[in-house]
Design a protein around this ligand. Structure first.
Ligand code: IPE
Ligand code: IPE
Ligand code: MG
Length: 242
């Protein structure tokens, strides 16, 4: 059970997590960075259950950015291998826990074996209802917006959409998160105060939380502290408090 009692109505529907700090976690212990990624992957699996247990409707995790390709090949290869093994072993959890899994980003850039596994997971879980898990893999907010613009322009030339019809709602249908609510809460671990290209469009009114805790150390109790603080925040959306 959650370690603090939070009013169900004050829980976020959608939580985003920038899972940062794996490399530093390992380096501080004298381990190779890969060990940090392995621990980070374990924490990710725990986080899914944390959200599921609290009836949070959607969780979006940032696992690999469009900029992360710039890391040494050894690290990128290790991450790809890890995504494959972790997703493979999480397959059963997704069905047992009734979790629908989406991937945000251009996953066709990954090797075939991972790409096929991703397609399989999306297909197998598409009718699951209890929670949505979005995994941002080869994701960048700017790339997402540019892709959306390209699709919209194509539809315009095919006369499927007119300029008058384009509004924020229409535009958001071209994003990877089509049909989903925006994240209410975004947590970044690892101590940096930036979004690093995560959900640029969708985070317009998200409540942001930054913690120094490195991702492999992020515990359920800290999540509850954040949920508690979230519950006390006043979201005004540009209006004034009633
Ligand atoms: C986040 O941890 C995982 C990925 C970006 C893939 P990092 O690998 O960025 O860890 P730090 O920030 O270097 O400690
Ligand atoms: C953000 O972390 C991306 C993910 C957590 C997947 P980075 O470590 O890549 O971000 P920067 O380089 O500190 O901005
Ligand atoms: Mg980092």
């Amino acid at each position: 059970m959650p370690s603090v009692d939070i009013d169900k109505n004050s829980l976020p529907d959608h939580v985003g997590v920038i899972m940062d700090g794996n490399g530093r976690w390992a380096q501080r212990r004298g381990f190779p960075r890969s060990k940090g990624h392995i621990e980070g992957a374990k924490r990710f699996r725990k986080m899914i259950f944390c959200c599921r247990k609290r009836n949070i409707k959607a969780l979006t995790v940032y696992a690999f950015s469009t900029e992360n390709w710039g890391r040494p090949k050894l690290e990128v290869d290790l991450l790809i291998k890890l995504f494959k093994t972790q997703l493979q072993s999480a397959l059963l959890d997704f069905s047992d826990e009734n979790i629908k899994v989406n991937f945000l980003g251009d996953v066709s850039k990954f090797p075939d074996s991972l790409h096929m596994l991703i397609k399989k997971i999306v297909k197998i879980s598409e009718n699951n209802k209890k929670m949505t898990l979005n995994i941002a893999l080869n994701y960048g907010g700017r790339a997402e917006i540019v892709n959306a613009v390209k699709s919209l322009v194509s539809e315009y030339f095919e006369r499927k959409v007119s300029i008058a019809e384009i509004d924020e709602n229409k535009f958001s249908n071209f994003l990877y998160t089509k049909g989903q609510s925006d994240p209410d809460l975004i947590i970044r671990t690892g101590g940096e105060f930036r979004l690093s290209n995560f959900l640029l469009w969708q985070s317009a009114y998200s409540e942001l939380f930054f913690t120094k805790t490195l991702w492999p150390d992020f515990k359920e109790s800290e999540f509850d502290e954040i949920l508690n603080e979230y519950a006390s925040r006043k979201r005004r959306y540009g209006g004034i408090q009633a």
